[in-house]
Write a protein that binds this ligand. Structure first.
Ligand code: HEC
Length: 102
């Protein structure tokens, strides 16, 4: 087995991206949450088309922290609300908003 990573697809992706190495940084944690809670609709990279056609590619950039927070807390058409709570909302909002994209 590969260290202590959970044997699920998301972790395999994280491993490929360099996760599960040293200590868990906040960025690593956010990426994990993204892969588990968001990627199934929004896609796994800025270059790949999202699996759900109605969902925008939020890794490509252009989103502000507050916009991401509201989407998670309030939900959107085709996106259930409350996917994450508490600090996780702020962490992933900062993570998504940090994707400068262009
Ligand atoms: C079940 C599918 C699904 C999941 C899971 C999902 N989303 Fe979405 N999301 C959507 C769809 C569909 C839209 C487009 C809604 C619209 O056009 O009104 C959207 C829109 C968004 C937007 C844009 C909101 C805006 O104001 O334009 C953001 C930001 C977002 N999602 C973030 C996330 C994050 C972060 C997660 C993980 C915590 C997530 N989504 C999980 C389906 C999903």
């Amino acid at each position: 087995m590969l260290r202590s990573c959970a044997p699920i697809l998301a972790s395999a992706l994280l491993l490929a991206a360099g996760g599960c190495g040293g200590g868990e940084t906040s960025a690593t944690h956010s990426r994990e949450m993204y892969m588990q809670r968001c990627a199934s609709c929004h896609g796994i990279s800025a270059d790949a088309a999202p699996p759900l056609a109605a969902a925008p590619n939020i890794l490509a950039g252009g989103y502000e922290v507050e916009q991401v927070r509201r989407a998670i807390i309030d939900g959107r058409s085709g996106m259930p609300k409350g996917l994450l709570g508490g600090h996780d909302v702020d962490d992933i909002a900062a993570y998504i908003a940090g994707k400068g994209g262009g």
